[in-house]
Design a protein. Structure first.
Length: 283
């Protein structure tokens, strides 16, 4: 309360109170400004959180894009549908694609078209190529030597698929490492900001402590001046009381002297009467 009075006397009293809380009395809240450090900390935390979210979103989007590109590259490099790979793994028999041309049709198809008036249906290979299911499973393992000896295309695809999958895995690992490094950098940046804020808090606390000390010294000096004035007033009161007592004694002395003077006058009168009476008796 003393430092608050000093702040009001010194410069209006609007300064930071380190002991101010929500349960503080209203007069302390009225004469003190809020802590600017909490607002600064809140803004810095919001900025750091937004940056971390943006970094995480960009990394996740890049990882998703890389995985999609990897799936597309593997599907294009294999050149076969998942159904064909499944047939190879189970039976070891390759499915031969149906060779059809756009402009050539069978005579039975022409007859059916003339009779029913309907267009010929596309080939199964074209339907499978257009409506290929999405790539969900990992690329198949390389073929065994007996099965791979039958076709040179299977050998090339079997050698390319592991390299592409390995490259995609390496890219995913590198992206995960980059994401971890970015997260660690954000944590380090947050810790560095926290240390900077703590240093600023310490400087602010030291400055406020110096101001409080100055205010305490000012209050102490004013208290000393007030004590001196009170002492002087007490001395003056005592001197006044002594003067009043002196005046009372002087008045008493004056009244005593007047009474003595009157007594002396009466004595003189009696002496005169006695002397006159003695003279009359002699005569």
């Amino acid at each position: 309360m003393r430092w608050l009075m000093a702040s009001e006397e010194a410069g209006g009293g609007y300064d930071y109170d380190p002991n101010l809380t929500e349960n503080s009395p209203p007069h302390r809240k009225q004469h003190t400004r809020p802590d600017p450090r909490s607002e600064l900390q809140r803004k810095l935390d919001q900025e750091a959180e937004m940056k971390e979210r943006v970094e995480f979103d960009t990394c996740s989007m890049s990882l998703e894009a890389m995985s999609l590109e990897l799936e597309g590259v593997v599907a294009e490099g294999s050149g076969t549908s998942p159904h064909e790979n499944k047939g190879r793994e189970t039976g070891g028999i390759e499915s031969q694609p149906v060779e059809t041309e756009d402009n050539e049709t069978s005579p039975h198809a022409d007859e059916n078209r003339e009779a029913d008036g309907t267009e010929p249906q596309p080939a199964e290979a074209e339907v499978e190529k257009k409506f290929k299911p999405p790539f969900l499973a990992p690329p198949p393992a390389p073929l065994s030597p007996p099965a791979a000896a039958g076709s040179s295309d299977d050998e090339t695809t079997g050698t390319q698929e592991p390299s592409q999958s390995q490259q995609g895995e390496d890219e995913i690992v590198s992206l995960s490492k980059i994401l971890e490094s970015m997260m660690q950098a954000s944590k380090d940046r947050k810790a560095r900001r926290r240390t900077e804020i703590e240093d600023a808090y310490e400087l602010d606390f030291e400055a406020s402590e110096k101001k409080a000390r100055k205010w305490i010294q000012l209050v102490a000096a004013r208290d000393e001046v007030g004590k001196r004035k009170r002492r002087q007033l007490m001395v003056l009161k005592r001197f006044k009381s002594l003067l009043e007592k002196k005046r009372a004694v002087e008045n008493d002395i004056i009244t005593a002297l007047e009474a003595l003077n009157n007594a002396c006058g009466d004595l003189g009168d009696t002496l005169r009467t006695v002397t006159e009476a003695g003279r009359d008796g002699l005569n």
